[in-house]
Design a protein around this ligand. Structure first.
Ligand code: MOS
Length: 769
């Protein structure tokens, strides 16, 4: 075993132009096995019963009628459920999406909370019986909107007392904003709660054998689910295995231990049979996390020449009554521009819902909408081009820490995007452009940034005589393409076809299966796998050249090329790997690489082994690392109906070296489409009279469909960041959507002359006088 040094090299494998997606055929053929595809013998099926009140206590649960449904095996309520240790919330040192446990007391903390679980021989029986469970409640007052009485406001910095949660303070922004002669913007913005809605629903297949629990569950954090379940059941983590090799979309919904999992596991233990639960879409709106509602006040002051002198960004973000889910939006807005005076402040507002959590670019989507809308408004006040204003305020040094950025190509993103989008055709005056069909035409731009984080990784790689490779590492494939990025990396170092690389992910038999989130997946696994492959390559070449009997004895190591399962010399002899290993009396060559983020110590790996978040970044000892985006959008607005169409969008991204071109492109498309949803349609509706979220399905929670998405164009700067890691990769998943909604909102302003400060922007907002 070797510890990867943080020493940087200036070479990286080149995967450019390799358009493989190694799991594509399996997916379109329906061969990819998802958790709910597990159908072990004697499988029983579960269906939850959920609370129909906004808050209160359960007076009684009558299961008599439900029990009479043929095939019902078990009904768990708070009276009959095993007493488990309480789950510990992610931000309180635990593994769980929230601290409030279901079926452990008669407390109903929010509408939609699970209050019973019916298990039956068939899903139909479980569903019918669940509908016959009669629950009587004692209702209590509740609050689900941030501006209603009963909302409880908490300052984040003081509540946590941790540097990462502190206000972002550079210079004295409040004083600087009072200076005379500044061009000012002062606006409030609002974003609604939103839900992730991946195609694959959350769920669990749990099975006990000889006191050992196996859980198949789509999760971005297999190790956390394992450790959290072990803690809840009071058993050794070694007795729990969590398997999550392929996820049908995570987006943050699946990144912690969810409340339902322990209940399903308890049911399986009680019955001595495997139990499967797939949480129905409507229930999922209350069964996992969501993106909290947020409000922002942004103040920016700039000199007449456009230089931003000071900014204050204050946010409020909803949390639950029982947990403090932090918000970190000003982490990026403080670093977007070289503003010498900045103050970022976050507050949390306690409401009666499940604990909110992460949803793709969890805080950054809203923070960038607010801040980049304000920057756009500033450009109009200054009568400056919005691209030029952003370029003018660029910085190569992080204003918060004073450290250099590891790499930052935001200006290039903006310039390349402007050229590609033909930004020059824009007439600066709002409402001055028309589309061919007479609708108002608007062009908008916004920038985005997202931390380039890195987590500890342990990569194991084994090369077989037939040239195939098996690699395992801590990471989760949720459709973003991490498996392909790994295969391409191995391919480029060992000369094996990507399809011949078996990539094992998301299985706790290969720990640590650290949380894959925060766009740190690629920068976490690719450098570790790259090094593991390089070590195998070195060993193999040593075997091929090392002894007088070896086939390539005497050949200079640098001249040896690995390709197609053989070692060779350009224009010279070639020896199959199989022959090299046979001659050396070896059955295989393998390696194991432990890799930490720059500046991390062993403790980080220990945390990862315990299923705890252990990622570092954006601030590292010697630099700050972020990925960047420039978004351009063209909208057509029908002045009579108020309908906004995004007819074209261009996104240019700086994510370091692009490790996997095809899946990176897909990620970027996805992020831009999320921007369309956030800007124009997505909102989880709350009603103060009812509680919970009302439009809890994808018929009424409006995600963009094909007809909502115009032409999308994606481009990458593709410059490696060797300061961050030897593979030159940063991160992409979230930055792809940071600023995307702001670009659209800014385009709507350009089209209509109306500044919309609350998302989503709907036709009735646009037509209103
Ligand atoms: Mo992602 S929202 O960081 O799981």
């Amino acid at each position: 075993m070797t510890m990867a040094p943080t020493m940087q090299t200036t070479t990286a494998p080149t995967t450019a132009g390799n358009d493989a997606r190694i799991d594509a055929i399996d997916k379109v053929m329906g061969r990819t096995a998802y958790a709910a595809d597990r159908l072990p013998p004697r499988l029983a099926h579960a269906m939850p019963v959920t609370a129909t009140i906004g808050k209160g206590t359960i007076l009684s649960i009558d299961v008599a009628a439900a029990s009479r449904v043929r095939g019902v095996l078990l009904i768990l309520t708070h009276e009959t459920m095993d007493r488990l240790a309480p789950p510990r919330f992610l931000f309180a040192g635990g593994h769980a999406s929230q601290s409030h446990a279901v079926l452990q007391s008669n407390a109903v903390a929010y509408r939609g909370q699970m209050v019973a679980l019916v298990v039956a021989e068939t899903l139909e029986a479980a569903t019918e019986a669940a509908a016959r469970v009669v629950v009587r409640y004692d209702k209590a007052p509740f609050t689900v909107r941030m501006d209603d009485a009963g909302a409880e406001r908490v300052g984040q910095a003081r509540a946590f007392g941790l540097p990462a949660m502190a206000d972002k303070v550079v210079g004295d922004a409040d004083a600087a904003l009072r200076a005379a002669g500044l061009v000012m913007v002062d606006r409030r913005y609002g974003t609604p709660p939103q839900h992730q809605n991946p195609i694959e629903l959350i769920g669990t297949v749990a099975q006990w054998e000889d006191g050992r629990l196996t859980v198949h569950e789509p999760t971005q954090a297999a190790e956390a689910v394992r450790q959290g379940l072990a803690a809840q059941f009071g058993i050794d983590a070694a007795a729990v295995r969590v398997v999550s090799p392929s996820i049908g979309g995570g987006f943050g919904q699946k990144n912690a231990l969810l409340p339902h999992t322990a209940v399903v596991a308890a049911a399986a233990r009680r019955l001595g049979r495997p139990v499967k639960l797939v949480v129905p879409r409507a229930q999922a709106f209350h069964a996992a996390s969501f993106r909290p509602a947020s409000v922002h006040r942004v103040r920016i002051g700039a000199a007449r020449d456009g230089r931003m002198v000071a900014a204050v960004h204050e946010t409020e973000s909803q949390t639950s009554r029982f947990d403090l889910m932090p918000a970190l939006g000003t982490e990026i807005t403080a670093r977007m521009y070289g503003i010498p005076n900045f103050r970022g402040h976050e507050a949390l507002v306690r409401l009666d819902t499940q604990t909110p959590g992460f949803m793709r670019a969890p805080y950054e989507m809203a923070a960038s909408f607010a801040f980049e809308s304000a920057v756009d408004e500033l450009a109009y006040r200054l009568a400056m081009d919005p691209v030029a204003l952003r370029v003018l305020n660029d910085t190569q040094r992080d204003p918060v820490s004073g450290k250099p950025f590891s790499s930052r190509h935001l200006v290039e993103c903006l310039r390349r995007g402007a050229a590609r989008f033909d930004w020059a055709r824009r007439s600066p005056v709002p409402r001055s452009m028309r589309a061919a069909d007479g609708s108002l035409l608007g062009l908008g731009v916004a920038a985005g940034a997202y931390k380039a984080a890195t987590a500890p990784a342990l990569a194991r790689l084994r090369l077989e005589p037939d040239g195939s490779v098996a690699v395992s590492v801590g990471g989760h494939e949720m459709g973003q393409g991490i498996r392909t990025a790994i295969a391409l990396t191995v391919s480029s170092v060992l000369g094996v076809a990507p399809a011949r690389v078996q990539v094992a992910l998301g299985d706790t038999t290969a720990p640590p299966q650290h949380l894959t989130a925060g766009s740190w997946g690629t920068a976490t696994v690719v450098p570790a796998v790259q090094q593991a492959a390089a070590e195998v390559r070195t060993q193999l070449i040593a075997l091929a050249t090392g002894t007088p009997r070896a086939a390539l004895h005497g050949v200079a190591v640098e001249r040896i090329v690995l390709a197609d399962g053989a070692l060779g010399v350009a224009g010279g002899p070639s020896v199959p790997i199989e022959a090299v290993l046979r001659d050396a009396h070896r059955t295989h060559v393998d390696s194991e690489v432990r890799r930490l983020a720059p500046g991390q110590v062993d403790q980080a790996m220990e945390r990862a082994m315990r299923g705890l978040p252990a990622a570092a970044g954006p601030e590292y000892p010697d630099f700050v690392a972020m990925s960047y985006a420039a978004h351009f959008a063209e909208v057509h607005v029908n002045p009579r109906t108020g309908k906004v169409r995004v007819v074209r969008a261009v996104g240019v991204f700086d994510c370091g070296r692009v490790a996997s071109p095809r899946t990176a492109r897909s990620q970027a498309y996805g992020g831009m489409i999320w921007g369309i949803g956030a800007a124009l349609s997505e909102a989880s509706e709350v009603d103060p009279a009812v509680g919970g979220f009302l439009n809890a399905d994808i018929a009424e929670y409006m995600v963009p469909v094909n007809a909502d998405v115009g032409a999308l164009e994606v481009d990458f700067i593709d410059k490696p960041d060797f300061r961050l890691n030897a593979a030159g990769v940063k991160g992409l998943g979230e930055v792809a959507s940071v600023g995307a909604a702001a670009a659209i909102a800014n385009a709507v302003f350009h089209a209509t002359g109306q500044r919309f400060t609350r998302l989503p922007i709907r036709p009735d907002d646009v037509v209103a006088p």
